[in-house]
Design a binder for this molecule. Structure first.
Ligand SMILES: [Zn+2]
Length: 380
């Protein structure tokens, strides 16, 4: 077993082990921590461990509840071992002594999940505070992508996709100059075109959707890439995870991320529309505008296109008499909010020191032919 080669240095001084100090290794086994030395292995069940942190930089004490007076010393590195600190008994002791913040730092996401379970009310009360941020930061890219894939399967049942591969390739080409400036931690972006009224949305794991209506509405690549920058910011900032925690509590996210992949969506029991970012609150919208703007500027793309895109969306909804307030899953359709966002971005534009050195975007906005839209609907 590879476990035998790992483990943690330890020692014990106790008559039970003779008169000398006995050195050995602590290895995690199925039945607890095993102290392996020249003598018989000693098994210390995790639920019997009393942790004595002390002040030593290198060693901590591990006492056995069943045998008062018997204390082992083990390399402090064991506090990085997820199965050790994942044990309820040990976690509770560490929480009391180390403090939760320190513990969070040490734990990997699955163990964070367990702890959050215990500290549910406490974390829930913090809303979008540092605890949420900490949990969200702890989610690995692999989990995020897996979660995105599962969410996408769910959403696929509710969406049609334009099969015009040329248009999708053109869309990718418009996005290409932006992507190197999006801090997406290696998440690959994928683009989709779906028939419908002007709108765009994003999903965790890097999927961005634009509607044929949006492509029809956008005149310049700067306008389109402005929308894509906003959507990519939702992904890069992991808004979906913050949203799930804030709205449903951490346990929800924990189930999503640690549960059986197949049962994940059942456990969620939330409508698939909630999985797309455009049903988000204005706080996330403003944040996505702000980050998206910064990505554009960093990429050398004129960010004014983002403002133009929002204006076009506002005018579109004004013209179509759609004055019923925000639609489900369509954050772009709310006029007062769009006005506020436009005004805020205009102020950012005014404050931008250098407005002359932006690149010329050569890839034009793809337009999906009417017959493609029809064919795709018929094929459904
Ligand atoms: Zn948004």
């Amino acid at each position: 077993m590879s476990d035998d080669a790992q483990g943690f240095d330890g020692y014990v001084c106790h008559p039970q082990f003779g008169n000398e100090m006995v050195r050995g290794r602590f290895v995690m086994g199925w039945d607890g921590l095993r102290f392996e030395s020249e003598q018989e292995p000693y098994i210390l069940p995790l639920d019997q461990v009393v942790v004595e942190l002390g002040n030593d930089e290198n060693w901590i004490g591990l006492a056995d509840r069943r045998q008062p007076g018997l204390t082992f010393f083990v390399a402090r590195d064991i506090l990085e071992e997820s199965r050790f600190i994942g044990s309820l008994t040990i976690r509770r002791q560490l929480e009391r002594t180390l403090g939760r913040r320190e513990l969070f730092r040490r734990l990997r996401v699955t163990v964070v999940a367990l702890l959050a379970f215990a500290g549910l009310a406490w974390i829930g009360s913090l809303g979008a505070g540092w605890a949420v941020q900490t949990i969200v930061k702890g989610i690995s890219v692999e989990r995020e992508i897996a979660f995105g894939d599962d969410s996408f399967k769910e959403v696929q049942e509710h969406l049609d996709f334009v099969s015009d591969t040329n248009a999708v390739l053109q869309l990718q080409a418009v996005a290409a100059p932006l992507l190197p400036s999006v801090p997406a931690r290696g998440i690959p972006f994928k683009f989709y075109i779906t028939p419908g009224e002007p709108n765009a949305f994003a999903m965790p794991g890097g999927r961005i959707f634009v509607t044929t209506g949006l492509l029809d509405l956008m005149d310049t690549p700067e306008q389109l890439v402005g929308v894509l920058a906003h959507e990519s910011a939702h992904i890069a900032q992991r808004h979906i995870f913050q949203h799930i925690i804030s709205g449903r509590g951490p346990i929800y996210l924990i189930r999503l991320l640690t549960g059986n992949r197949n049962s994940m969506l059942n456990l969620m029991a939330i409508p698939s529309e909630l999985l797309v970012y455009e049903s988000f609150s204005q706080r996330y919208e403003k944040e996505a505008d702000a980050y998206g703007w910064d990505y554009l500027v960093a990429a050398g793309i004129n960010p004014h296109g983002m403002i133009e895109a929002l204006k076009k969306l506002r005018d579109y909804h004004a013209k179509s008499g759609d004055d019923t307030g925000p639609k489900r899953g369509a954050a772009f359709s709310s006029h007062p909010d769009l006005d506020k966002r436009i005004a805020w971005l205009e102020a950012k534009w005014a404050a931008l020191p250098d407005k002359s050195h932006f690149m010329t975007l050569t890839n034009q906005v793809p337009k999906v032919e009417e017959n493609h839209k029809l064919i795709d609907l018929l094929l459904k």
